[in-house]
Design a binder for this molecule. Structure first.
Ligand SMILES: *[C@@H]1O[C@H](CO)[C@@H](O)[C@H](O)[C@H]1NC(C)=O
Ligand SMILES: [Fe+2]
Length: 419
């Protein structure tokens, strides 16, 4: 039998090595077995080795979970990781993989509760216990428990100041509460501690630039984009960097800023991934790039292959969600580009409370809220007369003192929508 600890037969370690390595690529980078032959082979090898070896239940579950995730059934993969966590609450791999999968699914409460269930087992003597505080803190923040989230993230940072994940949670808290001055100060003071983090540095710079957009300091936001965000994307080609880049340019454009030729820089990444359809959230951002760069062929290719994926049989949760949420959202982006704001509303209003199912954070998905508001401001049809006003009132209630919201309210007043 493969048992944990010393004297483990080499093959058993090999299988866990495969599960870890393959899981990290799949879950961490947004690669797909459908497109990446090497990764496909890695999953198959992992499964094959696991069949020839007497594995523990825990190892078997790890292998199945990674295989299930590779097939696009994220909810089922999460169930398997949760089974591991029930018996092994300090299994960091199961914890982190399920956390990421919940994030991709937009399962915000699960992202929080999954960590809450095992948190007491992570006593300070266990390596990475401070990292677990950061993970827990993120789930609390996304479900609006800002005070608890901040307390935990600060605890984590006092133990390990270079924990880019906890820095990231604090950045989110300031973002959600429109605490722009505090957010900017926090990023400035902590920059040297996280700027070399492989995975999150670019994304933390993105958060920094969000505060600047809030303030209306567009040039400064563009400077961060040009010196940190785009170079990171060009070096890594990573999906998170791509999402950050597109989201930043799209937000600036909605604010009326000319981004020049910048869409051309991100277009090659969109072209390369326009047929992946691994995450609908990413697809929407690739589409921003192809629309921004006026590349009709890539736009068409992305939409056609997404439609095909949505009609393909199977258990892939993203493909199943494409018809109801992913495609209408993508179509709305196209209609906005084509100058049809009323169509944007017809497409987005019925699904606005389902967009969370595309995953990503509240801050990331705000780009779609902003799109809806801008479209509503542009609407001419009498049916949509009061939509912008309603959306802005609700936005202001949820996040008071946001200069961005205040600008939009002023804009609404000039088009006589806010009487
Ligand atoms: C709203 O109108 C402006 C000005 O015509 C345009 O630049 C912008 O793209 C439109 N936005 C949406 C979402 O319809
Ligand atoms: Fe974030």
């Amino acid at each position: 039998m493969c048992t944990a600890g010393m004297g483990k037969p080499a093959q058993c370690i090999a299988v866990m090595g495969h599960a870890i390595a393959t899981g990290l690529v799949l879950i961490g980078t947004g690669s797909s077995v459908k497109l990446d032959k090497e990764l496909d082979l890695a999953v198959k090898t992992m499964v094959e080795i696991s069949r020839t070896q007497p594995l523990t239940r825990r190892e078997q579950l790890h292998v199945s979970a990674v295989e299930t995730f590779a097939n696009g059934n994220f909810p089922k993969a999460c169930e398997l990781w949760e089974q591991i966590l029930q018996d092994h609450p300090t299994d960091m791999l199961a914890l982190k993989f399920s956390h990421d999968a919940y994030f991709y699914l937009g399962y915000q409460e699960q992202m929080r509760d999954s960590v809450a269930r095992i948190y007491p087992f992570w006593t300070p003597d266990i390596p990475l216990s401070s990292y677990v505080k950061g993970i827990y803190s993120f789930g609390l923040m996304e479900t609006n428990f800002y005070d608890q989230a901040e307390k935990l993230a600060k605890e984590a940072l006092s133990i390990n100041p270079t924990d880019a994940w906890s820095v990231h949670t604090v950045a989110h808290i300031h973002e959600m509460k429109a605490e722009i001055k505090d957010g900017l100060e926090f990023m400035q003071h902590s920059e040297t501690l996280w700027k070399d983090s492989d995975m999150l540095a670019c994304h933390n710079y993105w958060h920094w630039a969000l505060y600047l957009i809030e303030k209306g300091e567009y040039e400064a936001a563009l400077t961060i984009y040009d010196t940190h965000i785009l170079p990171s994307l060009q070096a890594s080609g990573a999906m998170l960097d791509m999402v950050d880049s597109c989201s930043m340019l799209y937000r600036l454009q909605m604010e009326g800023v000319s981004v020049g030729q910048r869409w051309q820089d991100v277009l090659p990444v969109a072209r390369k991934h326009s047929r992946d359809h691994i995450l609908l959230f990413n697809d929407a951002h690739f589409l921003m790039a192809s629309l921004g760069a006026h590349d009709r062929q890539t736009t068409q290719e992305l939409l056609t292959t997404l439609r095909d994926a949505s009609e393909s049989p199977g258990e892939n949760c993203q493909h199943l969600l494409a018809r109801d949420v992913g495609l209408p959202l993508c179509q709305a982006l196209v209609e906005a580009e084509d100058g049809n704001p009323d169509r944007v509303l017809e497409l987005l209003l019925p699904i606005r409370y389902r967009i969370v199912q595309l995953g990503g954070s509240n801050a990331q998905r705000d780009v779609f809220n902003q799109l809806l508001i801008h479209a509503a401001l542009n609407c001419t049809s009498s049916v949509h007369k009061n939509v912008a006003r309603s959306l802005l009132m609700e936005r202001d209630a949820l996040k008071p003192n946001s200069p961005l919201t205040e600008r939009l309210i002023r804009k609404a007043a000039t088009v006589h929508l806010m009487q």
